[in-house]
Design a binder for this molecule. Structure first.
Ligand code: RB5
Length: 150
């Protein structure tokens, strides 16, 4: 599995902790930046990682900004992206099992590194349930995208 990861300045420190986890666990990854604390605009990084997922260059995407909110909203504007803003391990597991989320967004100013890594581990190791009712709901999300992306 290949992971795409990106953050703004508010998420750069937590992104480094997540990358250390990815490296320690043998994940292939691409870091889309940013890589210092100089102020940048989170949509730039949300878009870059979302496009990597959409184009099949990576299998799962991880985003970090101050709260995880703005960067995740940005990613969700890209068709085919299901980015869940997650702050607990149960939600990370459920968004894989039920929503088949292909991205998560995390808050660099709201989460400790230990919790964030636990969330990432759940996100990367949990499979979609494949249950018909969950697939039907995901298909409905795709239909909403189609309705507004003509
Ligand atoms: C940047 O200061 C901050 O607004 C950003 O990291 C994020 O929290 C936005 O949702």
């Amino acid at each position: 599995m290949k992971v795409a990861i990106g953050s703004d300045h508010g998420g750069v420190a937590l992104k480094a902790e997540i990358i250390a986890y990815l490296e320690a666990n043998g994940y292939e990854y691409e870091d889309f930046g940013t890589n210092d604390t100089k102020s940048v605009d989170y949509p730039t990084y949300g878009l870059a990682v979302a496009e990597a997922i959409k184009d099949g260059k990576a299998d799962r995407g991880i985003l970090v900004c101050g709260t995880g909110i703005g960067i995740g909203i940005s990613a969700n504007k890209v068709p085919g992206i299901r980015c869940a803003m997650v702050s607990d391990a149960y939600s990370a597991q459920m968004t894989r099992e039920h929503n088949d989320a292909n991205m998560i967004s995390l808050g660099g100013r709201t989460l400790g590194g230990g919790l964030a890594v636990t969330i990432v581990e759940k996100f990367l190791t949990t499979e979609f349930s494949g249950d018909a009712r969950h697939q039907r709901r995901i298909d409905m999300i795709t239909d909403i995208e189609k309705k507004y992306n003509k």
